[in-house]
Design a protein around this ligand. Structure first.
Ligand code: NAP
Length: 308
């Protein structure tokens, strides 16, 4: 079989389904996996009709330790090997650590750390032998930011995927295998419906922070083709205000998350664009409470220093 095959986990929705569409549009045959077989079958049919690619579906629950082996055995039985792997399946488990069941936390680690690590470990040797491979690990901006309370292991698993990808990137690049960690911020998908945070998160985040799943997947595809170890997707329009303000300056200023890299072309850092308009009404992200023209009292020369 001449055509390349891409295995996408979590392909039944959101970023995974978007990845499947992009890979098919670039001529990859597909192996789509998730728990919802009906969704996978519909997507497989759509993409094989539209792009003329072969699309296999494998129903699997990645919380089951045997799942990665079973998925790859299925592909071997169909005479296929994996040329591109998108480790995308994931979810957030809400709640404080002490209030949750260990079985649920263990599943988080299995789905978002152990299964992607195992899949990469199993497909990498053949990629190295063929001197071609692509691995995208869908991490998160949360993996680059300090930990937050709630969904305790989420940021930790994503930080793991970032570090893992960086090391794998360095080990694999000499063999023609590209590895990237994709670190999206808020993305429209089913993620916040699954974890029950939709209403709360929509109210507390400005619309410009959000990206479409297709934009995120496109950024990931581009990054792995260019062999960038870390990709923080950003908006294509509006001066990328969202991407710049979604995380700490030093991190967001680096397009690949590594020290010393330049700001992406066309980006003006928000801290160099001058003050935002003050006062006004509307959501908090458009409001400034201090009246126009007043300086902070502790600014040098403008008032007493704050007590230390
Ligand atoms: N949406 C965001 O704001 C955001 C931001 C940063 C990073 N991410 C990351 O992006 C990735 C994709 O999430 P999404 O936003 O596209 O969410 P989504 O729309 O909820 O999709 C999640 C996918 O993961 C699959 N999945 C979940 N648990 C699974 C399990 N035990 N076994 C197999 N498959 C499983 C789901 O399929 P089934 O339910 O059919 O199994 C689904 O296809 C995740 O790793 C997430 O952490 C999302």
């Amino acid at each position: 079989m001449d055509r390349r095959l891409a295995l996408v986990t979590g392909a039944s929705a959101g970023i995974g389904a978007a990845f499947a569409r992009i890979l098919a549009s670039h001529g990859y045959d597909l192996a789509l996996t998730a728990r919802r077989a009906d969704r996978l079958d519909r997507l497989a049919e759509e993409l094989s009709l539209r792009y003329g690619v072969e699309a296999l579906t494998v129903t699997a629950d990645l919380a089951e330790p045997d799942a990665p082996g079973q998925i790859l055995d299925f592909l071997t039985a169909h005479g296929r090997t994996v040329d591109a792997l998108v480790n995308n399946a994931g979810y957030g488990l809400p709640g404080a650590y002490a209030d949750t069941r260990w079985e649920d936390q263990r599943a988080v680690i299995q789905v978002m750390v152990t299964a992607p690590s195992e899949l990469a470990h199993r497909v990498l040797p053949a990629m190295i032998r063929r001197r071609f491979g692509r691995i995208v690990n869908v991490a998160s901006l949360a993996g680059l930011l300090p930990g937050a309370a709630g969904a305790t292991l989420y940021g930790a698993t994503k930080a793991f995927m970032v570090r893992f990808s960086q090391s794998l990137h360095l080990e694999a690049e000499a063999h023609g295998v590209h590895v990237s960690a994709l670190c999206p911020g808020f993305t429209f998908s089913e993620f916040h419906d699954v974890n029950g945070m939709r209403a709360q998160i929509t109210q507390s985040t400005p619309p410009w922070l959000w990206l479409g799943a297709d934009e995120v997947a496109a950024a990931g595809y581009e990054a792995v083709e260019a062999n960038r170890p870390i990709c923080v997707p950003r908006r294509a329009q509006q001066g990328d205000r969202g991407a710049q303000q979604a995380g700490p300056r030093r991190m967001v200023a680096r397009p690949n998350g590594l020290p010393g890299a330049a700001l992406p072309e066309g980006l003006t850092p928000s801290w160099r664009r001058g003050p935002r308009p003050r006062g006004g009404s509307g959501p908090w992200w458009n409001r400034r409470s201090r009246p126009a023209g007043t300086a902070r009292p502790w600014r040098k020369g403008s008032g007493p220093a704050p007590a230390r």
